[in-house]
Design a protein. Structure first.
Ligand code: SF4
Length: 440
């Protein structure tokens, strides 16, 4: 059976959809890309904002139109929070987050799998074929889900409602998956979770994430390990010593959400300007070339002009290498939805423009620091360029690098040093030497 899998939203959604793809492929199904006809479509939705929910609905309609004869299965946060809205979109099966781990079995039970072998249980799958959802070739980076759910109650967050209480994946399972990925040739794994920093607490291990990372580095050969989003209050003393191992990549995504203490208090975030600044100073002292990216919410209820100005100034002072900017989205079931002082959309637009303009400056400033350096790049994808190709990849500190080569340069899934010679919008320009087809 030809199966198309897709997702929007966070890295956790990507890791889940990739895991499903591996299970379907292990059962003998063919995973097809966007241009190919499918018999079954599985889509992992997002509902973190109104925009994400609208995009989820759009994509479902597009998938339905592009695959008129296919069964359509939807899952994810939107499916968990509003199953009736999903069902109204002419889909065949809606599976909430609580049952997502069993999705291949539920799809089979619903009679939507034809011409297939039985789907193996996750713990019985000793070999999951390498599946690329993006380019039809081998993947280079794998998102590995190690944790789900969250025990915090940030005032704006619907994800904590949609994903339930925090729970961690057992260490032997994580190790087995990473060893399998390494054996398949993956170069990098990104550990993902809704609240990754809480890893292990439900298993009685207060230093769970630290122990998890140490064990992965000691007991697997995967060349590169990256951590996805970490709440700033989760990082215990000594955490940054982990980066003495160069296989742990120098990139931290620490969601700040607002650079104003008063707004942070209303958001019920467990950090402050002073604590965050101290954390960044410690991290930068311990980790050379560190890239720190963050999330910022614009227009949280009650955010005055003065609060926004404070947030903007603090965000600039923290010298982030990239900002993910979200306009506040009122989600029923959250504390913030009941707050007074909802911000008009015109005000949000103006603040968003200012924050995006700051982001462009911060990104370029960070990129410029590395012009003239030679850094290892994991080359991921390419497209035709003139008579040759343009390749794109990522440094360990999450800088996008492009390079032009002759045809057939075969850079995919290789970690090769590039001399960084210039910047263009959104990337550095690199030169890779010693590779067949390299144009100099
Ligand atoms: S830490 Fe806060 S923002 Fe993150 S998932 Fe939990 S409640 Fe949501």
């Amino acid at each position: 059976m030809r199966i198309r899998l897709d997702s929007i939203g966070c890295r956790l959604n990507i890791s889940e959809i990739e895991e499903m793809a591996r299970h379907f492929a292990a059962a003998g199904h063919r995973i097809v890309g966007p241009g190919d006809a499918a018999d079954l479509v599985v889509f992992n939705t997002c509902a973190v904002t109104h925009v994400a929910a609208r995009k989820s609905r759009q994509v479902i309609r597009q998938l339905r139109r592009a695959n008129p004869g296919a069964a359509v299965v939807v899952t994810g946060c939107y499916a968990e929070l509003s199953p009736q809205e999903m069902a109204a979109l002419d889909v065949d099966l809606v599976i909430g987050n609580t049952q997502k781990d069993r999705l291949p079995h539920l799809v089979a039970d619903a009679g939507l799998l034809r011409d297939s072998d039985p789907v193996p249980a996750p713990d019985a799958a000793s070999f999951l074929p390498n599946v690329s959802l993006a380019e039809g070739g081998s993947h280079t980076r794998a998102f590995v889900k190690v944790q789900d759910g969250c025990d915090n109650r940030c005032a704006f967050c619907i994800v904590t409602v949609a994903r339930g209480a925090g729970r961690s994946r057992l260490l032997p399972d994580v190790l087995a998956e990473i060893n399998r990925l390494a054996a398949q040739g993956y170069q990098e794994a990104v550990l993902s979770g809704v609240h990754l920093g809480s890893y292990g607490r439900d298993l009685g291990d207060a230093a769970g994430l630290r122990n998890l990372v140490q064990t992965i580095l000691a007991e697997t050969d995967l060349p590169r390990l990256r951590l996805s989003s970490l709440e700033p209050w989760d990082l215990a003393d000594g955490f940054f010593e982990l980066w003495q191992n160069p296989r742990l990549l120098p990139h931290l995504h620490l969601p700040l959400q607002s650079g104003c203490d008063e707004t942070l208090r209303r958001m019920a975030r467990r950090t402050s300007q002073a604590e965050f600044a101290r954390l960044l100073a410690d991290a930068r002292a311990a980790i050379p070339d560190l890239s720190v990216t963050t999330d910022i919410i614009i227009g949280f209820p009650g955010e005055t002009d003065a609060e926004f100005a404070e947030s903007l100034a603090f965000t600039e002072a923290m010298e982030f290498s990239k900002l993910h900017i979200f306009r506040y989205s009122r989600r029923e079931g959250t504390a913030a939805a009941r707050m007074r002082g909802q911000i008009p959309s015109k005000v949000m637009q103006a603040r968003s423009r200012q924050m995006h303009s700051l982001n462009a400056r911060l990104e370029e400033t960070f990129r410029q620091k590395f012009v003239g350096r030679t850094m290892p790049v994991l080359w991921e994808s390419h497209e035709p360029y003139g008579f040759g190709e343009q390749w794109s990849g990522l440094t360990g500190n999450y800088l996008r690098v492009i390079t032009q080569t002759s045809p057939n340069a075969q850079l995919r899934n290789r970690v090769l040093p590039a001399q960084l010679v210039d910047t263009v919008p959104a990337a550095l320009v690199g030169q890779v030497t010693g590779v067949a087809g390299e144009m100099g």
